[in-house]
Ligand binder design. Structure first.
Ligand SMILES: Nc1ncnc2c1ncn2[C@@H]1O[C@H](COP(=O)(O)OP(=O)(O)OP(=O)(O)O)[C@@H](O)[C@H]1O
Ligand SMILES: [Mg+2]
Length: 210
């Protein structure tokens, strides 16, 4: 694969979009083709799936149905946006990816973690990020401050605590492909740490760490 795939993960309101944008701007300035994208919902079909999953109007949704909708969004997103961009050599920056599914549906909804992971990996064609930046924050400081929570944000603090633990566990499992940073610290310092790590990936002989 010619391109480089960078993902931002973490809880709601931790600064993922802010940092994804800062990184995109910097890389663009360096002359790279950058595709800045997000999950769920950054395709036409994905936007429909996102609305079903996040709209409080949806009401009760079985955790398995919720999982499969997210997985379907990811499958289509990889197929339509991520892979084509990587194949032409772009740097793809995605605001959320598979780890969010493992954290919220696997750990958060307390479904079978191995099963969810195999569904998510199959859905995404076993495409792994070169780097996942995890912005870590106690959900009591992040989610709790949201004024009009969507279905997931309103799902209860215990779910968000389990999700945070799962994000950290995934990072601990594969430190070579993760950068864990405390969220809500100085945003320029966070951005600089991200740039340093991404620069080392871009300058490595294969273009990736692995
Ligand atoms: N390092 C930081 N320190 C303090 N506040 C920050 C920092 N980075 C971003 N913010 C602020 O926190 C809020 C959430 O940031 P942002 O939208 O980037 O987070 P997010 O993780 O993308 O959230 P969401 O999960 O809702 O998409 C914004 O008001 C943003 O300005
Ligand atoms: Mg965001």
């Amino acid at each position: 694969m010619a391109g480089v795939f960078i993902v931002f993960e973490g809880g709601d309101g931790v600064g993922k979009s802010t940092q994804a944008e800062l990184l995109a701007r910097w890389l663009t300035g360096q002359g790279h083709e950058v595709v800045l994208t997000f999950e769920p919902g950054d395709t036409r079909a994905g936007a429909v799936m996102r609305r079903i999953v996040l709209d409080p109007e949806t009401g009760d949704l079985s955790p398995r149905a919720e999982t499969l909708l997210y997985a379907a969004d990811k499958a289509h997103h990889v197929y339509e946006v991520v892979l084509p961009a990587l194949e032409r050599g772009a740097v793809v920056i995605s605001d959320r990816y598979v780890d969010s599914l493992l954290a919220y549906q696997g750990a958060g909804r307390e479904l079978d973690a191995d099963r969810i992971e195999s569904i998510a990996r199959w859905a995404t064609g076993y495409l792994l990020p070169d780097l996942t930046v995890l912005l870590d924050l106690d959900p009591a400081r992040g989610v709790a401050g949201i004024e009009r929570p969507d279905r997931l944000e309103g799902a209860g603090m215990a779910l968000h605590q389990r999700a945070r633990e799962q994000f950290l566990a995934l990072a601990a499992r594969d430190p070579e492909h993760y950068l864990v940073l405390p969220a809500r610290t100085d945003r320029e310092q966070i951005a600089a740490a991200v740039r340093e790590r991404v620069a080392s990936i871009l300058s490595s002989p294969t273009g990736t760490l692995s």
